[in-house]
Design a binder for this molecule. Sequence first.
Ligand SMILES: Cc1cc2nc3c(=O)[nH]c(=O)nc-3n(C[C@H](O)[C@H](O)[C@H](O)COP(=O)(O)O)c2cc1C
Length: 195
Amino acid sequence: MQYNTEDINHLIRNRRSVFPNQFIAGKKVDENIIKEILINATWAPNHAQTEPWFFKIFSNEGLQTFANFQSELYKQEAGASFKEDKYVKMQTQPLMASHIISIGMKRNEAKCIPEIEEIEAVACAVQNIYLSVSAYGLGGYWTSGGITYIDKAKTFFGLGEEDKLLGFFYIGHVAVPSPAAKRKPLEEKVEWVKG
Ligand SMILES: Cc1cc2nc3c(=O)[nH]c(=O)nc-3n(C[C@H](O)[C@H](O)[C@H](O)COP(=O)(O)O)c2cc1C
């Protein structure tokens, strides 16, 4: 099957991160679309068919549950580095989204492949989410901020000790599109070998 490569190139090159303050507040994304996006996520390449992703989806009142959890855990763990504005942001920002997806890597029990490859596969799944969100005309972004790397957060997101929390994907309808972006010239990033 031949796809429309012009469309695909356009989608890949014009996909942009869209942040929560650019979302239409309170406007919900149809859950069937979220499911399609998640199905696309699970079609990412993965070594040895371990399918190492695990997603937990927060919507409706679940957004408040998420906000409470992350802000309280931050408060508990921050110690001397606690910042009131960061705490308030953790309480309020999730409520700007329609859906938040926690991005987890579940380590294959047999550990048949290196951990980094399980993480790489999940990153591929997230790119599928990014592209699908764009294709549906929605906005979203991957954040590894907040409580992502606090080990105690894992259980809440359905992850065990050997697993990794890789962040959160926020999705919403777009009120303010992101500006065009830039990438470095290809010549800086590739080297051709022809002989
Ligand atoms: C692993 C990963 C973690 C990220 N974490 C954050 C984050 O914590 N905060 C943020 O503003 N953007 C985050 N981003 C999104 C980047 O800021 C965004 O991809 C980058 O600015 C390029 O913009 P584009 O996605 O529109 O091409 C993350 C992206 C990746 C791949």
